[in-house]
Structure formats: C-alpha cells, structure tokens
Write a protein that binds this ligand. Structure first.
Ligand code: ZN
Length: 84
C-alpha cells in the first residue's frame, strides 16, 4: 500500500535537469525544511512527515544533477542570502 506522498515522490524527473530546475529544487528543499514536532520531524511548510514529497523530489533533482551535500548546502545558503 503506497501513500500518496510515495507515489508523488516517484514521479519521473525531467530527462535533463536545467539550471532553472536546480534553482526550483533548492527553493523546494529550503521552503520544505524539517521542523521538530513533539511526535517527530515534520515539514515546516505543509506539516507532512519530513521529508515531504516536495522536499524529497527536490533532493532527487539535485542528486540527479550530481551535486554533493556540500554543494546543496552552499546553494541553499546562496539562495537565503538573496532573499530580502
Ligand atoms: Zn513540504
């Protein structure tokens, strides 16, 4: 029995990951960050158990692009710095 989140997170990724996809994925991972709740970690944005499907999908895009955790953290910091 698959949950809807599992189905959504298994959606096929675009064959070519563009810079725009990467930027969108970084945004998704940043917005859908984990938050500590009494019962465990949940998405800060939609309250789904962390990682929610958008966070998971964002990470898959970044993985497909061949980015390491360090690169991803650097991109997230960069995007945070650009926000007003
Ligand atoms: Zn989320």
């Amino acid at each position: 029995m698959d949950s809807i989140d599992e189905i959504l997170s298994e959606l096929p990724l675009p064959p070519y990951v563009t810079a725009e996809d990467v930027s969108f994925a970084v945004k998704a991972v940043t917005v859908h960050a984990a938050e500590q709740w009494p019962e465990g970690r949940r998405c800060r944005n939609d309250r789904a158990p962390h990682p929610c499907h958008l966070h998971h999908r964002g990470r898959r895009v970044l993985d497909q692009r061949g980015l390491t955790n360090r690169h991803i953290c650097a991109l997230i910091d960069e995007q945070k710095a650009q926000q007003p």
